[in-house]
Design a protein around this ligand. Sequence first.
Ligand SMILES: NC(=O)c1ccc[n+]([C@@H]2O[C@H](COP(=O)([O-])OP(=O)(O)OC[C@H]3O[C@@H](n4cnc5c(N)ncnc54)[C@H](OP(=O)(O)O)[C@@H]3O)[C@@H](O)[C@H]2O)c1
Length: 252
Amino acid sequence: MSDPARPLQGKVALVTGASSGIGEATAEALAAAGAAVAIGARRKDRLDDLAGRLRADGATVLALDLDVTDEQACAAAVERTRAELGGLDVLVNNAGVMLLGTIVGADPEDWRRMLTTNVLGVMYMTHAAIDGMVEQGSGDVVNVSSVAGRVARKGAGVYNASKWAVNAFSESLRQEVTGRGVRIGLVEPGAVTTELTDHITQPAAKEASLKAHASMTALRAEDIARAVLYMVSQPAHVAVNEMLVRPTDQER
Ligand SMILES: NC(=O)c1ccc[n+]([C@@H]2O[C@H](COP(=O)([O-])OP(=O)(O)OC[C@H]3O[C@@H](n4cnc5c(N)ncnc54)[C@H](OP(=O)(O)O)[C@@H]3O)[C@@H](O)[C@H]2O)c1
């Protein structure tokens, strides 16, 4: 009989951007629910730490050296997961960067990093995984978008555009594959305390983002991990397509 505390027993999940923040917490939550987990990111030391902790708790883990902006690396990550963990049931496209800043005076290198990581990264990983899911007639792709995919703000234009793209891609793909048993979910966090703001290059934008986070009781990565787990542990006939999760005191 299946263990209700471990609804993902026998499943295989791949989480991108698992070296910190929401991705790390999601890998922990999925492993605790019984899934074998492949964890991908660029910082190998952080992945190795996480893999060690998960294995100590009895999980089966595959650490993947993964840059989601590299199409070949995305294909290889999915291939290794299937070969070494025996399949792929859940793909969580979480890797992302938020290089906030005004459009006037921006460094377009920030834009390239956001669009290649947040948009092409999601597309490359999905492309690598989706055929197999359609063939097996089941699977979950969960894309971590943002409130920024629904509410545009001054000073967030290209980040907004990248997450808007994720939302549109997800809904189009959902219509394409849902009749074949594959569920597409979108999780849209509000402010979460992670390392995301560390990489902002425009000083005023970084300051404003830190100030905004400090003005509320920001979410913890675990709060979003629970949303992902809820989505992917529903019975096969239930598709939770979208979850917008804000701190209670975040107005917009
Ligand atoms: N924190 C928030 O308030 C918030 C709100 C809404 C949405 N989100 C979204 O949540 C997701 C996770 O962010 P987070 O808040 O957890 O921030 P984080 O702690 O900075 O985590 C970002 C993760 O993405 C990975 N990553 C970045 N570029 C990558 C690349 N080219 N290839 C592979 N992995 C890459 C990083 O790993 P490496 O650097 O080791 O590669 C890291 O594991 C992002 O998509 C973000 O847009 C966050």
